[in-house]
Design a binder for this molecule. Structure first.
Ligand code: BG6
Length: 475
């Protein structure tokens, strides 16, 4: 790897200390970024020593087994600049940057456009034949289709689409990348991965956490923008995409956009038939009482922001026509549990007597532990021909295997110029097209309440097809 620079704008923020720096520290320890100089940039009037102390303390907190020898090897790669998001201040970076550099916007979303422009105005976006400049933008990319298009124009004042890396950290997760491999590498799945054999798909991402210290961001965003428009929609596209003819990041992204374009347009559909929103009220999480969402610090008492959202989407292409894709995510639910569950249709064929058969489920567990479960029906041992459900279960990692964190994976990809697992603008655009009608409708009225610690609002069943039920979040 030649000399490279990573400049993090928003270097005193939460994302930098909780996720970016621990990932960079681990990558350094693995010897994967030996020549990377990391420049923190922030409005705080810190000097390099203050920044180093801040990062040292954060790593102590977030890296299990942190030790001073590793820090002594890592810290010489860190530098700091204090400044505003203006071209004049950003020019200070000129002399510290290597010819090739990645700018990471770890900033509040409202500052993305301003930052992208200011970096460009400072002349830092210019590439030569041998050296690149890239910009990495966190989610959410806009708050609806119209604002995403405005942001795109702002970003493109100085940056070409090929320089823009829109991150969705779910695409760096092991479980997400495994979804593609598992689907395409196992011949046994290929012939049955379609509407003829699949009954329904459920993608659930449940958290016990509330809004923590992100009240301002979260109350503007809500579950739909925070989780469904990006992360869950990405999981849907990867479950549904066509196999690639050639392994190529652009073809992968083309195929994902094809899926999004095949989702039945929602603009003329009655919102209540395909979308549900909820908001948590006081309850118990792990034996502790927690407050109503509207009584959380920093949340307006009359807020109508949803902390739970569920959707039923239909993909009208030959592979999926007739198979509902159910998506849901929420805060303060009964469990930290996430899965992609694919239910197969009932087999045709006679079984003796009144034997009941549960349709098979193939479940990709994402959290708390990653793994794969195939739920099948087998004979119940004994004299009679009776059945019971069994689960063929495999953990994702074996002892001793290294599980890469999403940010480690995506930072390396961005430094290597691999855009396969970053969002192209049309992916963002089509995801907004699908959910915008619900967001518009939800500007009025109130979400349905659900008790903290429960499985979400009862009204979530409203969008299920007859005979379908949400799977339990208790795992
Ligand atoms: C983030 C959301 O993008 O993803 C959070 O803003 C959510 O609200 C988080 O908690 C979930 O991701 P992970 O990787 O922590 O499971």
């Amino acid at each position: 790897m030649p000399n490279l620079s990573l400049m993090i704008l928003g270097a005193s923020g939460d994302l930098t200390k909780r996720l970016l720096m621990p990932s960079l520290f681990r990558l350094h320890k693995l010897g994967l970024i030996p020549k990377l100089n990391i420049i923190g940039y922030s409005i705080d009037k810190w000097d390099r020593d203050a920044f180093l102390k801040h990062i040292h303390d954060a790593l102590q907190q977030f890296i299990p087994g942190f030790n001073e020898a590793d820090w002594a090897s890592f810290s010489p790669h860190l530098d700091f600049i204090s400044g505003e998001l203006s071209a004049k201040d950003l020019q200070q970076a000129q002399e510290k940057l290597s010819p090739s550099a990645l700018f990471y916007l770890a900033l509040p979303p409202t500052l993305f456009g301003q930052a992208a422009q200011a970096i460009g105005d400072a002349g830092l976006a210019e590439q030569t034949d041998n050296n690149w400049r890239r910009i990495l933008i966190e989610k959410p990319f806009g708050t609806d289709l119209a604002s995403a298009e405005v942001l795109r124009t702002q970003v493109h004042t100085h940056w070409d689409e090929s320089q823009v890396y829109r991150i969705d950290h779910f695409l760096g997760k092991e479980a997400t990348q495994n979804l593609m491999i598992f689907r395409f590498a196992n011949r046994v799945l290929a012939p049955v991965w379609n509407a003829e054999h699949i009954e329904q798909v459920q993608i659930s991402y449940a958290e016990t956490l509330g809004v923590e210290n992100r009240a301002v961001y979260y109350d503007r965003s809500g579950a739909m923008r925070d989780m469904l428009q990006n992360h869950l929609m990405q999981l849907l596209t990867l479950t549904a995409i066509e196999p690639l003819g050639r392994w190529d990041g652009e073809i992968l992204r083309d195929h994902k956009v094809e899926v999004l374009k095949s989702i039945r347009p929602t603009e003329n559909m009655q919102v209540d038939t395909w979308a549900v929103r909820g908001q948590y009220c006081a309850g118990q999480i792990d034996g502790n009482s927690v407050a109503d969402y509207c009584n959380e610090p920093g949340i307006p008492i009359d807020t109508n922001t949803e902390t739970f959202a569920a959707l039923r989407l239909e993909i009208d292409n030959w592979r999926w026509k007739g198979v509902p894709f159910y998506l849901r995510s929420g805060k303060r639910l009964a469990n930290n549990y996430a899965e992609i569950a694919v239910q197969f249709r009932a087999p045709a064929g006679a079984l003796p007597g009144d034997i009941s058969v549960e349709n098979n489920w193939l479940v990709f567990r994402l959290s708390p532990e990653m793994g794969m479960d195939m739920h099948m029906t087998a004979k119940l041992p004994g004299m009679n021909l009776q059945t019971h459900d069994i689960v063929l279960s495999a953990p994702y990692t074996q002892p001793g295997q290294y599980e890469v964190s999403a940010y480690e994976q995506l930072l390396i990809d961005a430094l290597n110029g691999d855009r396969a697992h970053f969002l192209r603008f049309d992916e963002v655009e089509w995801a907004w097209r699908i959910i915008d009608p619900a967001l518009k409708a939800w500007e009025q009225g109130m979400p349905d309440l659900y008790k903290a610690g429960s499985e979400g609002p009862e009204s979530q069943d409203r969008i299920m097809r007859s005979g379908h039920h949400w799977r339990s979040l208790l795992g």
